[in-house]
Design a protein around this ligand. Structure first.
Ligand code: G3H
Ligand code: 13P
Ligand code: ZN
Length: 285
């Protein structure tokens, strides 16, 4: 069943567990996420980016996910979310399509610009009952830079600034940068746990950690204890999907595309389950 994303995350924060926000690009990934969550009785968030709108069509992918959540997943709470809307127009378009939860990612803009655009989006969104996530500090992308060249300190969320930003903009959830990054890293530096605790002390809304594909259980537990209520996961699902496809294509000459895609779906589902178990949201539906 479709639910409000902030309600999901507020409950998670109170219950000391976290919700997985998984990126989808197609039918198979969506079914993998839903089936994994159903089998573990877990609430779940399914999210899409602008690039996926370009690939699949914004309305097409939104309604695919919405229909699956409404008609095939009445037993679990499902939130649908726009991930990394990079411009006012992109977020506006998602709201027009029907998203009830959106992220405006102005993290690469100057602070004043990020604050002003986020505030403007919140005003419009809240009038329609839509909730807004924003990012402060900046969560880097592995694809764009070498791990050893990242100046982590420069990217991190400032706790005092976070308090001001939340107060000024009225956002519902905040994506933080505490040494996390997008992509699969061979060796990540230790996250700045103290910084996270300092942010959580000043900001009472649910905090979101992007780039959780390769986070091991110990780190997951540490940050949930310090205020993280949501983990964004994309790369781990892409890798699982491609692994499943490879296996299917190498196995034997299979000409039924449904069988090939089912193999990819099942690999992805296993990856989603692993994450749900790590986040502690199993049996919270
Ligand atoms: O955080 C970003 C996600 O990994 C989505 O990437 O823009 O290629 O869909 P994308
Ligand atoms: P990963 O691809 O590192 O899992 O990051 C996902 C993400 O943050 C989506 O917003
Ligand atoms: Zn992200």
């Amino acid at each position: 069943m479709l639910v409000n994303v902030t309600t999901l995350l507020t409950e998670a924060r109170a219950g000391k567990y976290a919700i997985g926000a998984f990126n989808t690009v197609n039918l198979e990934t969506t079914r993998a996420i839903i089936e994994a969550a159903q089998e573990l009785s877990s609430p779940v968030i399914i999210q899409m980016t602008e690039k996926t709108f370009d690939y699949a069509g914004g309305r097409a992918i939104f309604h695919l996910v919405k229909n699956i959540a409404e008609f095939y997943a009445n037993d679990i709470p499902v939130g649908i979310h726009l991930d990394h809307g990079k411009s006012f127009e992109a977020v506006e378009r998602a709201m027009e399509i029907g998203f009830t939860s959106v992220m405006y990612d102005g993290s690469r803009k100057e602070y004043a610009d990020n604050l002003m655009t986020t505030k403007r989006i919140v005003e419009i969104a809240h009038k329609q009952g839509i909730v807004v996530q924003a990012e402060l500090g900046n969560v880097p992308y592995l694809g764009e830079m070498q791990m050893d060249t990242i100046d982590w300190e420069k990217h991190m969320t400032d706790p005092e600034q976070a308090a001001e930003f939340v107060q000024e903009t009225g956002i519902d959830t905040l994506a933080v940068a505490i040494g996390n990054a997008h992509g699969f890293f061979r060796e990540r530096p230790e996250p700045d746990y103290e910084r996270l605790a300092a942010i959580a002390k000043r900001v009472s809304l649910p905090l979101v950690l992007h780039g959780a594909s390769d986070w091991h259980n110990g780190r997951v537990t540490e940050v949930i204890g310090r205020g993280i209520s949501c983990f964004n996961v994309d790369t781990a699902l892409r890798l699982a999907f491609i692994g499943g496809l490879r296996e299917a294509l190498h196995a034997e000459e299979e000409t039924d595309l449904r069988k090939v895609m089912t193999m990819a779906k099942d690999h992805t589902k296993a990856a989603v389950k692993e994450k749900i178990l790590a986040f502690g949201s199993a049996h919270k539906a």
